[in-house]
Design a protein around this ligand. Structure first.
Ligand code: HEC
Length: 232
């Protein structure tokens, strides 16, 4: 029993044993929260250039937990394998909302993909792969990671005006169509990143699968009340 445990511990799912093609699929579990493009942060920090990086140290990410920041971990094959197996065991109190991947083979595949995709010089290709992998509906469903660029909106996705009456928002888009939403089904968000909308041109993004929910994403919070007019 003990001997077996030692053998298992001594053979982590190293990246070189994995299959990066399968790993790219497994990355869909991470993509709602993590970009592979350097400094493109979402719920979680960008994983661009993660190998050799100190945990919790990406300057542009401002939401690290103290637990991860002070963990002293350097990310390499072994530490990433342990993190993905059970993040809470490795760094108690960290704030990554993720259970872990129990299957060592899946971790090896994922690490093989990540090692390739997060090297500097790889970002253009991988960012595109990541977008394709996500698919439109998945992005919406997961509440998403801001995977779409909102600078170039089609007329049916660019908001022209929003009115608010009793419990209803009416959102008029540039193509002249108006859609009504129950107030609890319309979420008002901001995205100040370079993928976010232009100032004065908020985006209407469907959310959920039933078509009754949507996000309006603004360039900055002060635009929200400026855009919404209380009128019946
Ligand atoms: C629901 C969102 C979410 C999912 C899903 C998720 N992560 Fe994370 N991840 C985070 C957050 C948030 C942090 C920062 C945690 C902290 O500061 O305690 C993080 C941190 C990390 C870090 C440390 C980065 C650093 O700069 O030190 C790595 C590596 C990582 N995640 C990899 C992954 C991988 C690989 C997957 C998929 C198997 C994944 N994560 C799934 C949100 C997520």
């Amino acid at each position: 029993m003990t001997a077996l445990a030692i053998v298992v511990l001594a053979s982590p799912a190293l990246a070189e044993n994995g299959n990066p093609m399968r790993g790219q699929k497994d990355f869909q579990a991470c993509a709602p929260c993590h970009s592979l493009e350097p400094d493109r942060n979402m719920t979680g920090p960008s994983l661009g250039n993660i190998w050799g990086r100190k945990a919790g140290s990406l300057q542009s990410f401002e939401r690290y937990s103290d637990a991860l920041r002070s963990s002293g971990i350097i990310w390499d094959d072994r530490s990433l394998d342990a993190w993905l197996a059970d993040p809470q065991q490795m760094v108690p109190g960290n704030e990554m909302p993720f259970q872990g991947i129990k299957d060592a083979g899946v971790r090896a595949d994922l690490l093989a993909f990540l090692k390739e995709a997060t090297k500097s010089g790889a970002p253009a290709r991988t960012a595109k792969n990541q977008m394709n992998g996500m698919g439109g509906t998945m992005g919406g469903m997961m509440g998403g990671g801001g995977e779409r660029n909102l600078k170039d909106l089609t007329p049916n996705a660019q908001v022209k005006a929003i009115t608010y009456c009793h419990d209803t928002y009416r959102v008029t888009t540039v193509d002249g169509k108006t859609r009504a939403f129950w107030e609890r089904n319309l979420r008002l968000k901001t995205d100040s990143s370079k993928a976010g909308p232009r100032s004065g041109a908020p985006a209407l993004v469907p959310a959920g699968m039933m078509g009754d929910r949507a996000d309006v994403i603004f360039a900055a919070p002060e635009e929200i009340s400026r855009t919404i007019e209380a009128r019946c």
